[in-house]
Design a protein around this ligand. Sequence first.
Ligand code: MG
Ligand code: MG
Length: 274
Amino acid sequence: MGAIVLKSLEEIELIRESALIVSKTLGILASEIKPGITSLKLDKIAEAHIRDYGAEPGFLGLYDFPNTLCVSPNSHVVHGIPNNTPLEEGDIISIDCGALKNGFYGDHAYTFAVGNIDSKVEKLLRITKASLYEGIRTFKEGNRIGDLGYKIQSFCEKEGYGVVRELVGHGLGTIMHEGPEVPNYGRRGTGKKFLNGMVLAIEPMINQGTHRINQLKDGWTILTADGKISAHYEHNVALVDGKPELLSSFKYIYASQGITSDEEEGLRKNPLVL
Ligand code: MG
Ligand code: MG
């Protein structure tokens, strides 16, 4: 992980531009995700749209990753490689996407339901996403990295879920993975202080069962050790005037799905124009 780099307001706007390219791409994928489609097809759609927006796929070639999207269905946690297996009714699939424009990265993720899903699965998605926003709201002046991790961990563990330890959020800028590391677990009042100009990728990876994970022989795919399902949501957030400023948005996804949500309320100075 690289050093911590504080950003100017101008640089934060460039990261916002890249982050929103990812947001729009996830919005397009939201309307394509249904039983029968393959993750490789989703990957091609995402790559074409990212290039249409004048950006480059942020993950393609990064550490030699072979694709535009990381796709992680069901018991897969993160870093899955797109393939030709059709999605099935009742599956979930985490899609993580990056874009690079003007030298700055956007990087965020959403776990989608494929058709109708079981209520226990729906609950894992709902709690994991809610934990992301709980974490984002601790990213403010006076708090530390450990406060954010504690919030996400306690929020998810009280539901009996496992919080992945080996993979963490990170700083974001001209490098995809800058400092600081942003664990989804921690102790209150510990770790680095939050500073204006920090830009973080906050990304809880939450398992229905054990927090323990394994890696497939492909050298990429991370999956739960007990085979139970896992969810992953990620936003890009800057600290501006002591408060969290959301740079990415799930509203493009919700627009595709025909739903509204107030979950991003109060996290943006200027309203988002879809
Ligand atoms: Mg990501
Ligand atoms: Mg990330």
